[in-house]
Design a protein around this ligand. Sequence first.
Ligand code: TMP
Length: 209
Amino acid sequence: MNWDKLRGKFIVLDGPDGCGKSTQIRLLKDVLKNSGVPVLVVRDPGGTMIGERIRQIILDDHHTEMSIRCEALLFMASRAQLYHQCIGPALKDNMCVICDRWVSSTYAYQAVAGRLGADYVLNLADTALERTWPDLTFIIDLPSDIGLERLGATPDRMEQKPAQFHQQVSTAFVELARRRHDFRIIDGSGTIQEVHEKIREEIATYVDV
Ligand code: TMP
């Protein structure tokens, strides 16, 4: 496979909590590095000093009074800084950027499960960000109850939301992915290696087109 075609590309892995995207990002990063493709891995929210501080505010389980609008704006603020400080410059340097979550998460968590509405979130993204959509987004699809079981003993403020909220998140990711040509749905229920192979297959199709 011609991994070199991923230079200058912005790739996102997203999905419900516990879907395994962070593990898959590590595996993908190793493949790219071993193939000589310069790669930057970042996480959203976070990835910059400002973004990591915003992340702490969002995930702090003492912040039970946080409104859904405040939540969406904080996610978007962290992301704006991440693009400005890390993603944009790396893409200009022709690196491949792999990002853990992006606007697709604000769509699933705040627009759909949080009932803010798609228009609110997508308009916000269009005005707040230099770039709304990556080149390629993988949604790792996994039933939310299986994902939540995989998480640690101390759930953060988002993970503490009700089971029904998380079910709506899972469904929203898949529905969004089905509507967009630049998204790929990956079945997250296999072994780590099986999921990795599926991602590689999809990338092979993407770069060879
Ligand atoms: P993470 O643990 O995968 O890094 O994500 C942090 C949590 O924040 C996770 O529960 C998903 C949630 N989240 C949103 O609700 N909206 C967003 O826009 C993003 C990026 C994450």
